[in-house]
Ligand binder design. Structure first.
Ligand code: ADP
Ligand code: ADP
Ligand code: ZN
Length: 215
């Protein structure tokens, strides 16, 4: 099974993808995570992407589509893919069709996480992740069960993203509205879009997605 999680920054794509990975043995393909790894490693892609990401603008279509192709080739042909944060433009949606077709994969669901824009700034400015395993948390909405200790790996170091500040979030939201939201009709025409209320509790959102995957 191959699915896309679609929604603005802070909608809950990463949170839900991590849960699907645990529950279904699928693989999360997050272009944001791949780009951050490239920045950290100082690769040519990372050097090109760093400033663009800090401004909250979109990295070029060619770069992210190449990363997605490489990741798919590195995973088992039977392992399902959860696309998180990709595609983000019409050109990327077109590339994804070709990338999947070349590998004999079919896109089953596009799940749109529907959220109030007012809630997104609070979600993003309160977001942090475990430095050891990458599990996502939130200052108010999803704290570790034991303060300062990761539920998943026991790690005690956490990090915040440099682009998770109010100003950059506004740019990222504008990019989403201008370039990403307009790709939905491509998938609506194919009858594979489902909408989930992303304002519900994290567990309820997971349950709604599980229902869609079973359908
Ligand atoms: P969020 O999950 O908050 O929406 P991401 O981690 O997906 O953020 O993306 C962080 C940044 O990485 C984006 O603001 C953009 O600069 C870059 N990026 C990630 N994915 C893509 C993509 N598919 N196309 C272009 N840029 C991307
Ligand atoms: P995205 O990957 O779409 O940018 P995340 O999954 O990283 O979004 O979620 C952004 C922040 O909001 C995280 O700190 C996460 O813990 C929190 N969050 C995610 N889903 C919900 C929800 N349904 N209700 C409240 N907070 C949530
Ligand atoms: Zn951890």
């Amino acid at each position: 099974m191959n699915i896309i999680l679609l929604g603005p920054p802070g909608a809950g794509k990463g949170t839900q993808a991590q849960r699907l990975v645990e529950g279904h043995g699928m693989r999360q393909l997050s272009t944001g995570d791949m780009l951050r790894a490239a920045v950290k490693a100082g690769t040519p892609v990372g050097l090109q992407a760093k400033a663009v990401m800090e401004r909250g603008e979109l990295v070029s279509d060619g770069i992210v589509s190449a990363l997605i192709g490489e990741e798919l080739d590195a995973m088992g042909a039977d392992t399902g893919a959860i696309f998180d944060g990709y595609p983000r433009t019409a050109a990327q949606a077109e590339s994804l069709d070709a990338i999947l077709a070349e590998r004999g994969r079919k896109l089953e669901h596009v799940i749109e996480l529907d959220v109030d824009e007012d809630a997104l700034v609070e979600r993003i400015t309160g977001r942090f992740t475990c430095a050891g395993c990458g599990k996502g948390y939130h200052d108010k909405f999803e704290q570790p069960r034991l303060a300062g200790t990761c539920d998943k790996c026991g790690g005690t170091e956490f990090k915040r993203r440099p682009d998770d500040n109010e100003e950059t979030v506004r740019t990222r939201l504008a990019e989403y509205r201008a370039k990403t939201a307009p790709i939905l009709p491509i998938y609506e025409e194919r009858g594979i879009v489902s909408r989930v209320n992303g304002m519900a509790d994290i567990d309820d959102v997971t349950r709604a997605i599980e229902r869609i995957l079973r359908s």
